[in-house]
Design a protein around this ligand. Structure first.
Ligand code: FES
Ligand SMILES: [Fe+2]
Length: 439
């Protein structure tokens, strides 16, 4: 349970808010690269309650500018890409990717007024199939060397999904291991013939069709701080003398890494990025280390219950067909087959769970239990980081020296280990192995 003040601190992200100041200290994904191809149209985007326009100039350089023209406010996303920048349609002012005003054709000849004008602009980089922006003050930190961005592009699948709730409650679902055995359950799970993953047999490194392993059972939890945020250990029975260990990651401040459904060695990195405080984008980066993912992503290796872009579940690329406004098309007559009555797609279940908490969950009314250990710990870490930013310090996870920019142990995975194993040692061993495929 939080006080109202704490809940506001963590959930309000617009300009000038302490929580917004925290999120702005990290590179944030703001668009998919596929939305802004060479020669493509300028893209109006709203991020952290700021109206922006993302565009490429004629040389392919990316710019992220305030959307409203500094002259008299017309929307620059309607503008013309020409003459080295983006030209406002209203009176022809021209801006380059850095926000510099290059021309004001309606001003008197010889006027230097344009030199006094600079449109708001943010640094952007393209990584892993997405465009990331730094919307904070001062020199941007180093772009974090997460492994999603170190593999060749064909090993990573980037996507985004619209979510109708505050970013925080959606991210909290990523480090809430107990919900999986309820929300994502289906009747197939009960007789264990294929679970809800269809033909998929492996989750991370563990054969989930093995009778001794039940990824849907409620785990014992342990959390530990890490340079990127927090590591969460889920401990389940793995059969005689074995522990089924699942390691997931909370990354400061709106990021998670979960052991993946990519049908091989890899994991999924997820950012929940506020559009405003009531809706957000979920950016997902699925990495498969042992094989290209591009072909696999539309096939059975992505089980039906998690497959992206399935027209049965998606309305276009970014929206669920089952939404809050249609009560997720819940059909209670299907309860015998489906725990939720909402079909089998994981992402729909999660949308229901987190959106139905209210557009901003009122955490003064909740009651955290033992399985919410990581959620409480992550909030405390975020509140400390907000204070750090207010007092002029870099928050956890922001890196400025190349020596610190090493996240090879920021990995999420499932593994069967001997009972009594040292979990930190297990993480090191898996990180060594996965890190080697990087080198
Ligand atoms: S409003 Fe954009 S040039 Fe006048
Ligand atoms: Fe979930």
């Amino acid at each position: 349970m939080l006080t109202k003040e704490q809940n506001d601190l963590l959930t309000q992200t617009g300009p000038g808010t302490p929580g917004g100041a925290l999120l702005r200290r990290y590179w944030q994904p703001v668009a998919l690269a596929s939305e802004i191809p060479l020669g493509g149209d300028p893209l109006p985007i709203d991020i952290l309650s700021e109206a922006l326009v993302l565009f490429r100039d004629e040389d392919g350089r990316l710019g992220l500018l305030g959307r409203h023209c500094p002259h008299r406010g017309a929307d620059l996303s309607y503008g013309r890409v020409e003459d080295g920048g983006l030209r406002c349609l209203y009176h022809g002012w021209l801006f380059d990717v850095g926000g510099k005003c290059l021309e004001q054709p309606a001003e008197p000849k010889g006027s230097t007024f344009k030199d006094k004008i600079c449109q708001k602009s943010y640094p952007v980089v393209e990584r892993g199939g997405a465009v990331f922006a730094y919307m904070g003050p001062g020199e941007p930190p180093l772009f974090p060397a997460y492994d999603f961005f170190a593999y060749p592009p064909e090993h990573v699948f980037a996507r985004k999904l619209f979510k109708e709730c505050n970013y925080l409650q959606a991210n909290e679902g990523n480090y809430d291991p107990a919900h999986v055995g309820f929300l994502h359950r289906s009747s197939q799970m009960l007789n264990r013939s294929g679970l809800v993953f269809g033909d998929m047999r492996k989750f991370g490194r563990v054969d989930i069709s093995d009778a001794a392993v039940d990824p849907f059972s409620v785990p014992a939890l342990k959390v530990e701080d890490a340079p990127f945020g927090m590591r969460i250990f889920q401990v389940r029975d793995g059969g005689p003398d074995k522990t089924y260990l699942r390691v997931t990651t909370f990354g400061m401040p709106n990021f998670s890494v979960i052991a993946g459904p990519q049908g091989g060695d890899g994991h999924v990195g997820i950012w929940h990025v506020p559009i405003n405080d009531h809706v957000h984008w979920r950016f997902g980066f699925t990495l498969r280390r042992d094989a290209p993912i591009a072909q696999a992503r539309e096939t059975d290796e992505f089980a039906p219950s998690i497959r992206p872009r399935d027209p049965q579940y998606f309305d276009g690329e970014f929206h669920h067909r089952q939404q809050l406004r249609n009560r997720y098309l819940q059909d209670r007559s299907t309860f015998a087959d489906s725990y939720t009555g909402m079909g089998s797609h994981f992402s729909v279940h999660d949308a229901f769970a987190t959106e139905s908490q209210g557009s901003i969950q009122d955490r003064t009314q909740e009651h955290l239990g033992r399985t919410d250990l990581a959620i409480g710990a992550a909030r405390r870490m975020m509140l400390r980081a907000i204070a750090d930013v207010q007092e002029g310090r870099d928050p956890v996870g922001v890196v400025r020296s190349p020596a610190d920019n090493d996240f090879r142990d920021m990995i999420s995975f499932d593994v069967l280990v001997e009972n009594g194993s040292d979990y930190a040692e297990v993480v090191r061993a898996v990180a060594d192995e996965t890190g080697r495929t990087l080198a």
